[in-house]
Design a protein around this ligand. Structure first.
Ligand SMILES: Nc1ncnc2c1ncn2[C@@H]1O[C@H](COP(=O)(O)OP(=O)(O)O)[C@@H](O)[C@H]1O
Ligand SMILES: [Mg+2]
Length: 161
């Protein structure tokens, strides 16, 4: 599933629609270059489930924790991991629980250690140089992920394919 996200408002709107479809125990990988919109979508998802406070990028802390309606939301950013083994050294596996939703920026940096995703989201800069927007590819990797994407499609988003 490919979604054009022409501006940050489109990213926020997607977050609002996708957030209520995510269930506890799910793992969402957010991939794409620096500045491609991963943190913006994580922020939108947290806003979408009713988190009112700030959503900081976890670039320096590795993980930021939110509790919304008794569900733990862990927002990771592995950009600064120098090798994937650091995932285990830091005990990060303990965060991936049934009562938590895990949003993971830069999962590639913890390859082989970070648990697999239910949903893989890949952000790209729009091809057209005059277009400052993004294009998002959403792929389901589990049945739970597929249910989410089906529900998202049924909401009548402007879906390219
Ligand atoms: N769909 C979009 N179209 C254009 N600009 C966007 C879009 N989504 C986010 N942005 C902007 O691009 C930047 C993305 O930053 P951020 O979300 O921190 O990226 P990342 O976490 O991938 O490094 C922000 O300045 C944001 O306002
Ligand atoms: Mg980020």
């Amino acid at each position: 599933m490919i979604l054009p996200l022409p501006n940050p408002e489109a990213t926020m709107a997607l977050g609002n629609q996708l957030a209520p479809l995510l269930g506890s125990g799910m793992v969402i990988w957010l991939s794409g270059e620096l500045g491609s919109g991963k943190t913006t979508l994580a922020r939108a998802l947290l806003r979408g489930v009713g988190h009112l406070g700030p959503v900081k990028s976890p670039t320096y802390t590795l993980v930021e924790v939110y509790v919304v309606s008794s569900i733990y939301w862990y927002h990771f950013d592995f950009y600064r991991l120098s090798e994937p083994e650091e995932f285990d050294d830091a005990g990060l596996g303990e965060y991936f629980r049934d009562d938590a939703v895990c949003l993971v920026e830069w999962p590639e940096k913890a390859a082989g250690h970070v648990p697999p995703a239910d949903l893989c989201l890949v952000f790209r800069f729009a091809d057209n140089a005059a277009d400052s927007g993004r294009v998002l590819e959403l792929a389901a990797c589990t049945e739970a992920g597929q249910k989410c994407l089906n529900a998202l499609k049924n909401l009548g988003l402007d879906v390219g394919s």
